[in-house]
Design a protein around this ligand. Structure first.
Ligand code: PHE
Length: 454
């Protein structure tokens, strides 16, 4: 639907807003990154820090981004420039940093989506369905170790997502996510039910919920905070862009809390589906990025109809990943379109072209470029680290500071209360306090400590 005053496209219904925002938040961050990182960082302690980061930092920053976007109804660069009273300050850097983060994340994310897509077809073939660790590990190893397969699946994913974006904001994003999100919830619930019948369910659940505080280091805290940003699509302009498509009567705090809870719920379901299986079949919780891909086939091998369910699982993961990728691509596309005067088609094609080149380095990380390291990390890990643990938190600091110290309490309150229509002064007050004092400082300290800078 086109906005009458600005002529820009926007989301057409309140449910559409929720579905699309949730579509951005819920993705491989929940199904792949959350279990891998929780497993690699000691389980429940990490989960607890992640929860705290989500509440103290994620929620306020998310509310801030959406509110700014809706107030300016523009891309992230224009948003901060129009809302800033002092035009001389380089707020456009936030948009530029967001664009860089989008390209870095999409480069490795599109490769993980490629694995997910490949697994849908492998599941149809049935060859990876086994409870034997060696079989599932070998199947995953064969996929990521093959440069041609890795590249072709990734390019296929990029072209597919580009095609959806070319259909336009409302029809493309809203239409697809609205239909597919409910299916995703149902399928995950089913997976959990299966996993809870496995022999070592108690060990898996204890790993996920009984904290061992000795595992929490500054690096772990930074990773947990980075995950909070990543999972809620914060710090790179995605939520600001989506905010610009929000309706003026949408209740932003209520929508945000719902998205956060639903996102958390999906992650917990993924954790409950995976960890009992990890222990029951003798996998290492710390397997990292491969965890989901080697564990899930083992779970499904145990149950009648497992092959069909596995096809469903990976199809579901592709759906979740598609919503998230669409929202990430929207950032460079809308900036190129609105700031650099390109048509949406041209902007989308250029974004895809850049990603084919940058993303290829991630597709080749586990094969041709396996020994290539920068700062002690391979390219895939480096792109992940630089985006989640550096760029997104920096973006978060900037957004919090902008609202807290530049845009100011009055503007924030007016926008968040829908020009006074909502009586939420108390909520606004708390969020504003967090944005002005707590979030920026907390993010900065966690970042500097986690990076070993002080
Ligand atoms: N939140 C998405 C996920 O969990 C990833 C994402 C990050 C999307 C940043 C947009 C922006 O998979």
């Amino acid at each position: 639907m086109n906005n009458k005053t600005t002529g820009r496209s926007g989301f057409s219904s309140s449910f559409g807003v929720l579905a699309a925002t949730l579509g951005s938040a819920v993705g491989l961050g929940n199904i792949w990154k959350f279990p891998s990182l929780t497993g690699a960082n000691g389980g429940a302690g990490f989960l607890l820090v992640y929860l705290l980061a989500t509440l103290a930092i994620g929620l306020p920053v998310m509310i801030a981004e959406i509110t700014l976007g809706r107030a300016a109804k523009a891309n992230p660069i224009t948003t901060l420039q129009t809302l800033s009273p002092r035009k001389s300050l380089p707020w456009w850097l936030v948009g530029a940093g967001g664009m860089l983060a989008a390209f870095l994340i999409l480069s490795f994310y599109s490769e993980v989506v490629a694995w997910v897509f490949a697994y849908v077809f492998k599941a149809i073939g049935g060859s990876i369905l086994s409870s034997d660790r060696q079989v599932t590990e070998a199947a995953f190893g064969a996929l990521i170790g093959d440069p041609l397969q890795s590249l072709l699946w990734q390019w296929g994913v990029l072209v597919l997502i580009g095609g959806i974006l070319l259909m336009g904001v409302t029809k493309g994003i809203e239409g697809i996510t609205k239909k597919l999100m409910p299916v995703l919830f149902l399928l995950l619930l089913l997976l959990c039910a299966v996993s809870l019948t496995l022999p070592k369910v108690a060990e898996g659940i204890a790993f996920l919920f009984k904290p061992d505080f000795s595992k929490i280091t500054a690096g772990v805290i930074l990773t947990a905070m980075g995950l909070a940003f990543f999972k809620l699509s914060l710090g790179m302009g995605t939520m600001m862009t989506y905010g610009s498509y929000f309706r003026d009567d949408q209740n932003i705090p209520a929508t945000t809390v719902r998205v956060m809870l639903a996102d958390l719920f999906v992650s917990m379901l993924a954790g409950i589906a995976i960890f009992p299986a990890v222990f029951s079949f003798g996998f290492a919780p710390s397997a990292g990025p491969s965890l989901v891909f080697i564990t899930i086939p083992a779970v499904f091998s145990q149950i009648p109809g497992g092959q069909l369910l596995m096809i469903a699982f990976f199809a579901l993961a592709s759906v979740a990943a598609t919503g998230a990728m669409l929202s990430m691509m929207e950032v460079p596309v809308v900036i190129l379109h609105e700031r650099f005067g390109m048509s949406r088609t041209k902007a989308t094609v250029l974004t895809i072209a850049v990603l084919v080149v940058m993303g290829s380095s991630c597709a080749l990380t586990n094969n041709v470029l396996a020994d290539f390291k920068l700062f002690g990390m391979n390219i895939f890990d480096l792109f992940d680290f630089a985006s989640s643990n550096v760029l997104l938190p920096l973006g978060g600091i900037a957004v919090a500071l902008f609202v807290g110290w530049v845009w100011g309490r009055e503007n924030f309150q007016r926008a968040l209360s829908n020009q006074g229509a909502l009586h939420n002064a108390a909520v606004t007050g708390v969020v504003f306090f967090l944005l002005r004092y707590v979030s920026p400082l907390l993010i900065l300290v966690v970042m500097l400590k986690g990076l070993g800078l002080f």
